[in-house]
Design a protein around this ligand. Structure first.
Ligand code: FA5
Length: 370
C-alpha cells in the first residue's frame, strides 16, 4: 500500500526524534532536544500546525497522526528525563566523596575553634551559630579524656571500658576493702535494690582487667563514678575518673611517677607544681597522693582548692599483693602499679573552671564557652 507523502514525513519525524531523545546523555541535552522538537518553533510543532496545508480529505487522518507524533515525542522525553534524573542520583550516591553529614556552606565558612581553646568562664559566645544552624563540639571532659587516652596509647596502654553498675566484690572486696574495713567510709555508696552498686571509683575495673588479659599488660579505663556525698566546688556526687593499671614482672615507683609527670605536662601544656605525699588506699602498697598546685589561684588559695593552694588529683601506688591474688595473679611472679586520676578536676585545672558542678550541669551557657 502506498502511503501519502505527509504520512511518510510524519513516520520519519517519529524515528528521527526517537533517536535524538535516545542519544541524550544528560538533562541539558534533553532539554535542548525538547525545545528543537516541541518548542514554539520546534520541528514537531511545525508539523502539527501544517494541518492547514493538507487536503480536506486527509485533514482528519493528518490531525490524528500528527497528534500521535507529538504524544510519542512528549512521552519519550518524559521517560528519558526520569531515567537521567535517577542516574544522576545514583552517581552522586556512588561517589564516596559525597558527605551527607556535611553542614551547609554558611556553617562551614566559619572559622573553627582550635581543640582545647577555651573562652574562659564568662563572656564567651556560643560558637558554631550561623543562619539558625548550630555546630556541636566535644564536652570539655571528653576532650581531656581523649587527650589523656592519646598520651597513654602512645605508651602502649589499651583503652578499656567497664560498667558503671558493679558488684561489691569488684568495687570493694577484690581491692582489699572487706565489709568491716573503715576505708569503705571514704567512698559512701549508692546501693541498688539487687545488691549491686554504682561504682565509687574506676578501680573497680582492676580485677576485671586482670581476669581478662594475660600478663604483662597495661590498660586505662575511664568513666563516671558515683558517691553519696555532699557537694562543693571540688566535690560532685557524680564525677569522672580515669584508671591506669600496669602489670609486669618488675615495676618501679620511678616509672609510675615519671608516667604521671608525662601525663600532666602533656595535658596542662605548661610547667606545673606537683607535690607527692604518702597516701593510704588498701589496694596499693606503698600508696601516694599526687597533688597539683591549684591552677585557678596559682597556689594562693581559692574555693576550688579549699584555700589550700593544692588539689588532690592523682592518687597512685604499687598494686597490693591481695589485689593481684583476687585478679588470679601470683604476687611472687607479677607486680603492678595503678593510678586513679580525677578527670573532672583535671578538666577544671585545664580550662580554668572554678566549680566542678558546672561540668555535668548541662547548662548550655557554660558549655558554649568551650
Ligand atoms: C580513689 O578513688 C582511688 N580509687 C584512686 C586510686 C587508684 C588510688 C589506684 C591508688 C591506685 P580518691 O577517692 O582519692 O581515690 O579519688 C581519686 C581522685 O578522684 C581524687 O584525687 C580527686 O581528684 C577525684 N575525686 C575524688 N572525689 C571527688 C569528688 N567528689 N568530686 C570530684 N572529684 C573527686
Amino acid at each position: 500500500m502506498n502511503l501519502a507523502p505527509w504520512q511518510v514525513e510524519l513516520d520519519a519525524a517519529r524515528d528521527l526524534w526517537a533517536d535524538r531523545v535516545a542519544l541524550c546523555s544528560n538533562l541539558a541535552e534533553l532539554r535542548s532536544v525538547q525545545v528543537d522538537a516541541l518548542g514554539k518553533n520546534g520541528a514537531v510543532t511545525a508539523l502539527v500546525r501544517r494541518i492547514g496545508e493538507v487536503a480536506n480529505a486527509d485533514k482528519r487522518a493528518y490531525g490524528q497522526a500528527s497528534a500521535a507524533l507529538k504524544l510519542v515525542c512528549e512521552t519519550a522525553i518524559a521517560d528519558k528525563q526520569t531515567a537521567l534524573e535517577l542516574a544522576e542520583v545514583a552517581a552522586e550516591l556512588a561517589d564516596d566523596t559525597f558527605d551527607v553529614t556535611l553542614p551547609p556552606a554558611a556553617v562551614l565558612a566559619q572559622k573553627p575553634r582550635a581543640p582545647g581553646q577555651s573562652g574562659g568562664q564568662s563572656g564567651g559566645q556560643s560558637g558554631g551559630q550561623s543562619g539558625g544552624q548550630q555546630l556541636g563540639h566535644l564536652h570539655p571532659l571528653c576532650r581531656v579524656q581523649t587527650d589523656v587516652e592519646a598520651v597513654f596509647t602512645s605508651m602502649g596502654f589499651a583503652v578499656l571500658d567497664y560498667p558503671e553498675v558493679e558488684s561489691e566484690f569488684n568495687n570493694f572486696e577484690s581491692l582489699n576493702i572487706p565489709g568491716w574495713h573503715p576505708a569503705r567510709d571514704m567512698q559512701d555508696t549508692f546501693w541498688l535494690d539487687n545488691g549491686l552498686l554504682l561504682r565509687t571509683h574506676t578501680s573497680s575495673g582492676q580485677v576485671r582487667a586482670m581476669h581478662t588479659f594475660a600478663p604483662p599488660f597495661r590498660a586505662i579505663f575511664a568513666g563516671k563514678v558515683f558517691r553519696y556525698e555532699a557537694t562543693d566546688a571540688s566535690h560532685e556526687h557524680t564525677f569522672h575518673q580515669l584508671e591506669g593499671l600496669l602489670i609486669d614482672r618488675v615495676v618501679s615507683v620511678g616509672h609510675l611517677l615519671d608516667s604521671m609527670r608525662t601525663l600532666l605536662s602533656a595535658i596542662l601544656r605548661r610547667d606545673v607544681q606537683v607535690r607527692l605525699r604518702p597516701g593510704y588506699f588498701p589496694f596499693v602498697e606503698p600508696g601516694f597522693e599526687l597533688d597539683l598546685q591549684c591552677q585557678l589561684c596559682a597556689g594562693a588559695g581559692c574555693s576550688a582548692c579549699k584555700q589550700s593552694g593544692w588539689l588532690e588529683l592523682l592518687p597512685c601506688g604499687l598494686v597490693h599483693p591481695q589485689v593481684l591474688r583476687a585478679g588470679g595473679l601470683d604476687p611472687a611472679q607479677w607486680q603492678g602499679w595503678a593510678f586513679g586520676l580525677g578527670l573532672s578536676r583535671l578538666a577544671m585545672m585545664r580550662y580554668g573552671i572554678g566549680d566542678v558542678r558546672h561540668l555535668l550541669s548541662g547548662d548550655a551557657r557554660f558549655l558554649a564557652q568551650f
